[in-house]
Design a protein around this ligand. Structure first.
Ligand SMILES: [Zn+2]
Length: 192
């Protein structure tokens, strides 16, 4: 499976748009603003999975659905401007021929999920970021204790490659980066 970030050249602030391809084309989040230009150029999109419903991850969803008609999946479909199928903790979803398990990971936003595949690929949304980063908990629905519990859940996985909602892909030492995020979050110091 090939994974690339479609929002890399965007000038507007946006969440990452991870594009998975292997026969099918799948997007993890759709970003906001001029990141749409990279989505628009695609030939087809089969599925879209939303990691959480903050605007910088979902704003381009109506245009994406109108142009490509993908199946859309989210933890709380009612938070979106289009219809979507509901994902729940423990669900398995097939993306580009690989099976991913859904983990509900609140703390940054209540409808946050992570996706983890048997080959060690993790899509983490805004739960945590490379180099010890972690999601904001000062926004509505933010809860640092819940975020810590959610990161703890992810430390039990064996992660080879990590793709977060912002920042670069992590393809080396992902497990130790996740543990670093956990210990940073556990300091319970405010981030903003
Ligand atoms: Zn967010």
């Amino acid at each position: 499976m090939e994974i690339e970030n479609l929002s890399e050249d965007a000038e507007d602030f946006t969440g990452n748009i991870w594009k998975l391809s292997n026969g099918q084309t799948v997007l993890i989040d759709v970003g906001t603003g001029d990141a749409w230009k990279a989505i628009e150029k695609l030939e087809e999109i089969d599925k879209v999975v939303i990691t959480h419903s903050h605007y910088d991850h979902v704003d381009n969803l109506p245009e994406t659905v109108e142009k490509f008609g993908p199946e859309v999946y989210a933890f709380e479909p009612e938070n979106l401007d289009t219809s979507a199928e509901k994902l729940s903790e423990g669900d398995e979803i097939e993306l580009c021929g690989e099976s991913f398990e859904v983990f509900h990971t609140p703390g940054h936003k209540n409808d946050s999920i992570c996706l983890y595949s048997e080959s060690g690929i993790l899509f983490a949304g805004d739960l945590l970021f490379p180099d010890g980063g972690f999601g904001r908990t000062d926004l509505e629905e933010g809860d640092r204790e819940l975020l810590i519990e959610s990161i703890q859940k992810i430390t039990e996985l064996d992660v080879e490659q990590m793709y977060c909602g912002h920042d670069k892909a992590v393809t080396e030492e992902a497990n130790s980066q996740i543990r670093k995020s956990l210990s940073e979050a556990e300091k319970r110091e405010s981030k903003y």
